[in-house]
Write a protein that binds this ligand. Sequence first.
Ligand SMILES: [Mn+2]
Length: 318
Amino acid sequence: MIFSTRLNSFKAQKELFFPRDKQLTTVDLIKRMATVSGLTHVELNYPEHFKTNTLDEIKDVISQSGLQVSGIALRFDDTYLNGEFTNSNEEIRRKAINTTKEAVEACQQLGGKTTTIWLANDGFDYSFQLDYEEAWNQTVSALKEVASEYPETDISFEYKPYEPRSFSLVGDIGLSLLLVEEVGLPNVGITLDFCHMLMKKENPAYSVALAARKNRLMGFHLNDGYKDADDGIMLGSVHLMQTLEFIYYAKKYNYTGLIYFDTFPLREDPVAECEQNIKVYKALDTLISKIGMETIEQLIKEKNGVKVQQFLLNSFLA
Ligand SMILES: [Mn+2]
């Protein structure tokens, strides 16, 4: 199992690790992240994390820390307030596509496998604000352009139903699979974010099964929340049964990709918080192995609500 987490989480509880007045760089954050027991990979935001240090400095600190780079995630700033791949200003749209290509190249130079794209501003807030068909076509063509230029890198689409827009253009598992199918390239897939799925009222395990049956599962962003917002709290803290089911399906489909904790510790020590997330994932994975995949498969076949509730109780008591 390979694990990573949000690099920006390590800005929290700063005084536990850094001198009081230190201006934190990407290298500082990686050094603190490397103290997490069980963490294997670093995931960086582009261009955000390449502003305080050069790519070579980042490369050096990662190799010194014994970690590897899993990939790069795009972070589009306020330049793209009116859209990234769907911006009606052709110059800004072009800049979004070119920035995505730069991110893929940074990913390759750091030995990463996956570039994750979350289009924060491609969506709408008002009726009559967006030409849906045009926006859809623009998104397909942008992804096609990027993915076909870098066939050896995985390009993963992370969907979120809303926030910051009232509606995202592509905000659920079904639309994401349709998008990927229309792009039609083997190196394009989907990153599933647990909170984003909860916000859309999806059952996370069902989304794993749908993405896996199309062979498009590329990344996990795990966390938990109370459904309305992207709370990013610790794994299993609210939806324990749904987390257990999610991990069961990850095992069923032999998922070996990155397990990234997309959490936002502020009042917690981020090192301890990440270690706790890793412990919870491993404990639930072990619990499933102990119960047995076949036993669970048999339980599912029975479609019996009372029995699955007893299964949860037994799991607690195990
Ligand atoms: Mn995420």
